[in-house]
Design a protein around this ligand. Structure first.
Ligand code: TMP
Length: 207
């Protein structure tokens, strides 16, 4: 079984953390070495940018600054973590990648799906996940699950309408890239979601 680059996507409260555990365990049990990482973040500079992006700011942040900082963190992440790990034969499982910028900044912030996608193409020179798991939940379900966590960051503090747009951005991506993006019904109970994820891995990642 050769190594792969897998990303996990979805709105807040979709269950990405649990999915990461399931994926990692599945790969490890089959003898693969796994690098678990996240965006924005995954490097020292990336984590600093994450703090800037997630913290509340009195003066707010322009959507363009936001998307460019997301991609600055990603450029660092690709060069220092993702590409070296893939070159070394390791699996990379990333909590979010390009699709998050297309859904959150392209759809959520209204920058335009294709415009942000063009930026991704320009910056990533062809690096795409082999497989993307889109954990899809209705916005009300996701937000109710996320509500119990620590005080909301700059994104979590957004209204439902923002997350409806983000979700529609993911739907647009899933329709456009049906070979790469697999939608998982993440409103099911955790055991069923787990089972669905393992079935997708069996179908896509066993050679
Ligand atoms: P996380 O808490 O799910 O790890 O992600 C942090 C937040 O950053 C989340 O609300 C989604 C947002 N985000 C974007 O808006 N664009 C991006 O490109 C990425 C990677 C994350």
């Amino acid at each position: 079984m050769h190594n792969r680059f897998v990303s996990i996507e979805g709105i807040e409260g979709a269950g990405k953390t649990t999915a990461m555990r399931t994926l990692s365990k599945w790969v490890s049990e089959r003898g693969g070495a796994v690098v678990e990482t996240r965006e924005p973040g995954g490097t020292a500079l990336g984590e600093e940018l994450r703090a800037i992006l997630l913290n509340h700011r009195d003066e707010g942040m322009s959507a363009l600054s936001e998307v460019l900082l997301m991609f600055a963190a990603r450029a660092e992440h690709i060069e220092r973590v993702i590409q070296p790990a893939l070159n070394a034969g390791q699996w990379v499982i990333s909590d979010r990648f390009n699709d998050a910028s297309i859904a959150y900044q392209g759809a959520g912030r209204g920058l335009g799906l294709e415009r942000v996608e063009a930026l991704a193409h320009w910056l990533n020179t062809g690096l795409q996940p082999d497989l993307t798991l889109w954990l899809d939940v209705p916005v009300a379900t996701g937000l109710a699950r996320a509500a119990g966590r620590s005080s909301p960051d700059r994104f979590e503090a957004e209204q439902s309408a923002f997350f409806e747009s983000v979700r529609s951005g993911y739907q647009w991506l899933a329709t456009r890239y049906p070979q790469r993006i697999v939608r998982i019904d993440a409103s099911l109970d955790p055991a069923e979601v787990n089972q669905a994820i393992c079935a997708v891995l069996e179908a896509h990642c066993v050679d």
